[in-house]
Design a protein. Structure first.
Length: 587
């Protein structure tokens, strides 16, 4: 369903088509007083976008200029997004929770001409000259906070008033016009900017719609991940193409509070969400009276046995089929109800999920599909699908992507969704002679074409014995221990590995601590000999974005974490030397 390179191949044209085809259907829903969801039709959304486009032009935003949207998920975000795109401006989504210094760095790199934010504090680290030269700063909220002094500040009503006697006769964007600038996560070094055109966004929209063809006009989507995340934006645009309704949740901490009411058809989340969901289910079962807890554990075990046979392509014997039906009626469907009664699948990416977790959810009757993408390719590179998945892999490459494995194990890709090079980078584009981009991820294909990721080449740990170890898979396995939250493997230049870990919650009593340590030792013992950490360091506080330990999408900044905990790491290694060989030290 891709369009040509003309005006039809744009995000704005997709919106116009949707408004024309289903003007009365719900486009977006937002929470109102009392927790009720209030819908906005596609027709009304289109009218408000058109008026806002005129207002942005009257405020001084021009085609090709960059506008930074630094705000939570909201209807205003979506309206500004589409209005700016329709004007031919370039949308730059920034995360308000990022470090102010990094926000300032990204603003300078992108050359931002206008700002929209709900929190003026994110602008405090910007150069005064950048703010003074901005066409405007739009303050979002009701009431809107005061903007920075000495800058042209508008609130929502003031911006809307500019459209009253203005006209916008600018031609619509075409497929080759830039639509967005995004930034690499910056796990190491400074962030880099990447530009994508309208046409490339349309490719990504179509790829996702083709992968989830069952999503139609009656489907519901829950948007709760930050819209600075391009994948969440593309998911919303895919819902637009299909005519689905998107529920906008401003506070991601409330996702479990609202998800059952929304009852989405697909749920998109990061691995840490699913890990916490799993821990929450286990904790809830453990807190039940003994009889109910035994029943729940029996039902889950029946689900494990049944799902294992399904994954192997074997039929269920009569006794197991009967037990499965009973487990489903008494327990499993009640557990699944916490995410609503319409859910077809869940999707995850950005970091590996432990295979055990995927299998445990499958035993409950949920399927979590891992996908693989990177900032430098607007299209998902590979994805598991409802009718074509394999746990422990990120699926097969998506159509349009040519994915190969280099001799050193690096995953390489080329295709129309690939970026053209880093924004404002004077160096040559980072492609080889055949046009492939080396992702930095290490991987392999199995005999049926499913791609498994084994680590990052830049994150490989080289011990003093010369052994090279990929940390991501080991960290994912350790995170499967109930009670553990975040894990960072350390060992460069050292004889042994250690893991720095944060806890999901304090231990309520000594018995809980003992059970945790027993489970942790058992999990470490199941790892391969060279993958086993010699010690576990339990940290008193979680890694955070504010201290520079995490990126806004919760990836570990390894060097920053190791630097901040250097004294602890050294002390653990001093103690490891005095520990009996093979005995796991827990500090």
């Amino acid at each position: 369903m891709s369009d040509s390179g003309g005006p039809g191949g744009t995000v704005s044209a997709r919106l116009a088509r949707r408004v024309s085809e289903t003007p009365e259907a719900n486009a977006f829903l937002v929470e109102s007083e009392g927790g009720r969801w209030q819908g906005l039709s596609w027709g009304e959304f289109g009218r408000r976008v058109a008026r806002l486009r005129t207002a942005l032009a009257a405020a001084g935003l021009k085609k090709g200029e960059r506008i930074a949207l630094i705000a939570p998920v909201s209807l205003e975000w979506e309206l500004l997004h589409h209005a700016a795109l329709g004007l031919g401006a370039v949308v730059v989504g920034l995360d308000a929770h990022d470090l102010p210094a990094r926000v300032a760095e990204m603003v300078e790199l992108a050359g931002i001409s206008a700002f929209a934010t709900a929190d003026p504090r994110v602008l405090e680290a910007l150069r005064p000259q950048r703010l003074a030269g901005a066409a405007f700063v739009l303050m979002l909220g009701d009431p809107a906070p005061a903007g920075p002094p000495g800058v042209r500040c508008l609130d929502w009503n003031g911006l809307d008033a500019l459209a009253e006697n203005a006209a916008n006769d600018a031609p619509p964007p075409v497929a080759t016009d830039l639509a967005t600038l995004i930034f690499t996560s910056g796990t190491t070094g400074a962030p880099k900017a990447i530009a994508y055109s309208h046409g490339q966004l349309v490719l990504a929209i179509d790829a996702i719609c083709d992968a989830f063809a069952f999503v139609g006009a009656e489907a519901r989507m829950l948007c709760w991940l930050p819209l600075s995340n391009l994948f969440q934006r593309v998911v919303n645009l895919a819902a637009l193409r299909q005519g689905a309704s998107t529920y906008l949740l401003a506070d991601p901490r409330r996702v479990m509070e609202v998800v059952a009411t929304v009852a989405p058809d697909i749920f998109v989340g990061v691995p840490r969400f699913y890990e916490k969901l799993y821990d929450g289910i286990r904790a809830n079962i453990a807190a039940q009276p003994p009889g109910r807890a035994r029943l729940a554990n029996w039902a889950w075990d029946v689900g494990r046995r049944a799902s294992r046979r399904r994954l192997e392509g074997r039929p269920l014997p009569p006794g197991l089929r009967l037990a499965q039906g009973l487990a489903e009626r008494l327990v499993l469907r009640k557990i699944r109800a916490i995410l609503g009664n319409r859910l077809r699948c869940m999707v995850t990416g950005s970091a590996p999920m432990p295979r055990l977790l995927l299998e445990e959810f499958y035993a409950l009757g949920w399927i979590v599909l891992e996908a693989y993408g990177l900032s430098e390719d607007v299209m998902p590179m590979a994805m598991n699908r409802l009718d074509d998945f394999r746990f422990g892999t990120v699926g097969r490459p998506m159509p349009g992507n040519e994915v190969v494995i280099a001799a050193d194990g690096t995953v390489k890709v080329r295709g129309p969704g690939l970026f053209a090079g880093y924004w404002a980078d004077p160096g040559p584009p980072p492609f080889d002679a055949e046009g492939y981009y080396a992702t930095g991820d290490l991987g392999r294909f199995d005999d049926e074409g499913y791609l498994s990721l084994t680590g990052r080449s830049g994150e490989m740990i080289k011990t003093s014995t010369g052994r090279r170890i990929a940390p991501a898979g080991i960290e994912a396995q350790l995170r499967g221990v109930a009670g553990l939250d975040q894990v960072l493997l350390v060992g460069n230049g050292r004889k042994a590995l250690i893991a720095l870990c944060t806890l999901a919650a304090p231990f309520p009593d000594a018995g809980a601590r003992e059970r945790f340590e027993r489970d942790l030792r058992e999990r470490v013992a199941r790892l391969g000999e060279h993958a086993r950490p010699a010690a576990i360091g339990l940290l008193e506080r979680p890694f955070s974005i504010e201290r520079g330990e995490l990126t806004p999408n919760l990836k570990l900044r390894r060097a920053a974490i190791e630097q901040q905990h250097a004294a602890l790491i050294d002390s653990i290694y001093d103690r490891v030397g005095g520990t009996a060989a093979g005995r796991l030290l827990i500090v």
